[in-house]
Design a binder for this molecule. Structure first.
Ligand SMILES: [Zn+2]
Length: 411
């Protein structure tokens, strides 16, 4: 996320820079910028709303699942109760059947000791005996009816149990469906949230850009940035790599002498000296990453940084002849204008202590960038840029004094 944020910062700074550089990356009005911000803010709001909608749906589904689970729990409890009722009814039926059997057998067998016969024959009169017989019959009938009722209860309970099992199955299926939906919704939220930080930092960065231009005098919608206001935006993107220094040689053609052999050659970097010589810290020219840590054939200690502009254009900065590199550097490391890369030196083919700096719009040693995929193509490309007048090396993107040995005291 930090990387993204830096990238966006970098993009903004490139926008700011390119205004003054006349690269035409951004040549809009202040009004257009405000519209851009409003658009991005709206997009962010819509995004937040859609995250909210999905979250609401998730909460709703979770509530439904909870209710269904409660229902299932209640159905299970009812099932247990019915089961108990059936068991009780069965015991009751058995008791009643036993009782009836006893009554009938005593009535039929008329033998041995039994309470019913004693009861029947214990009557004093015929009338009483008939009466007592009818009581015994009533008991038998009562038991039969009771058994029928109990059997009917069992049937009802069994039917209800089947119904409950079906309902339970339906509820379980619904929970399963809801869980599938929830998984999808959670994935959607995860996807949406993964976009959020970048969207938020983008909007935040655009707000900062608007504030920046406002502080640079932009106020009317029709103000053309870089022309009517923010005319000093030049230094905002890439900074000088040395706090205290001066230019000893600008980018361009000059006599280059190596081992006594001199030739009129294109010098694609700018040479920077400093009164603090080898104690001079070298900083990254902007936000980006370390792209290469290398030494040239003559032993020059070098490091490259890579930076991304808003139109998708990458820049590579090459810093050479360092006395030593900062110890913590690694390829891919994020850098800011405050990142120490190393110290000024005189390693490699030099006539004295200085920093040789190249900044070009390409990705050096990256096979995806045909202009600069190797050193030969890079040399051709940079020379063509310079010859065509469209780009003048570091001086096109960093503000340097116009004369050599004119000292600056901050980046
Ligand atoms: Zn040089």
């Amino acid at each position: 996320m930090m990387k993204k944020y830096l990238k966006i910062l970098c993009i903004i700074l490139v926008i700011a820079l390119s205004v003054s550089m006349n690269i035409n990356v951004y040549a809009g009005t202040y009004g257009e910028l405000l519209d851009e911000l409003a658009k991005a803010e709206k997009e962010l709001e819509e995004h937040k709303a859609s995250v909210g909608n999905v979250t609401d749906q998730i909460n709703e589904d979770n509530a439904t699942i909870k209710n269904l689970r409660n229902e299932i729990e209640a159905m299970k409890e009812e099932n247990t109760r019915l089961q108990q009722e059936i068991a009780d009814a069965n015991i009751e039926i058995e008791n009643k059947q036993e009782q009836t059997k006893e009554v009938i057998s005593y009535l039929q067998m008329s033998q041995g000791e039994n309470i019913y016969l004693e009861y029947v024959f214990g009557s004093d009169t015929i009338t009483d005996m008939v009466y007592r017989l009818s009581i015994v019959e009533q008991i038998t009938e009562y038991n039969d009816n009771m058994i029928k009722e109990l059997e009917s209860l069992i049937t009802t309970n069994e039917n209800r149990k089947v119904e409950l099992a079906n309902n339970e199955k339906k509820a379980e299926q619904k929970i399963e469906d809801l869980n599938t939906e929830l998984a999808k919704l959670n994935q959607t939220v995860a996807d949406l949230n993964s976009l959020s930080p970048s969207l938020e930092s983008e909007v935040e960065s655009q707000r900062k850009l608007v504030e920046y231009y406002k502080s640079q005098g932009c106020s009317n919608r029709s103000d053309v940035i870089g022309v009517d206001c923010a005319k000093t935006a030049a230094n905002a993107m890439f900074y000088r790599p040395v706090k205290n220094g001066y230019v000893t040689s600008f980018t361009g053609y000059r006599w280059l002498c190596l081992k006594g052999e001199c030739e009129w050659k294109f010098h694609k970097g700018i040479d920077i000296g400093s009164s603090t010589r080898k104690n001079t810290p070298i900083y990254s020219i902007g936000y980006g990453i370390i792209s290469t840590i290398w030494n040239d054939n003559a032993g020059a200690i070098c490091v490259n940084t890579q930076h991304l502009a808003s139109n998708g254009q990458y820049y590579t900065a090459v810093y050479c002849h360092l006395s030593r590199r900062a110890s913590n550097l690694y390829v891919g490391m994020e850098v800011t204008p405050d990142t120490l890369l190393g110290y000024m030196g005189d390693t490699g083919n030099v006539t004295g202590v200085h920093l040789h700096l190249e900044v070009y719009p390409c990705k050096l040693w990256d096979s995806s960038d045909k202009n600069c995929s190797n050193w030969n193509s890079y040399e051709k490309y940079t020379k063509n840029l310079f010859d065509s007048g469209s780009y003048k090396g570091s001086e096109s993107v960093i503000s340097f004094p116009s004369r050599t040995y004119q000292t600056w005291y901050n980046k």
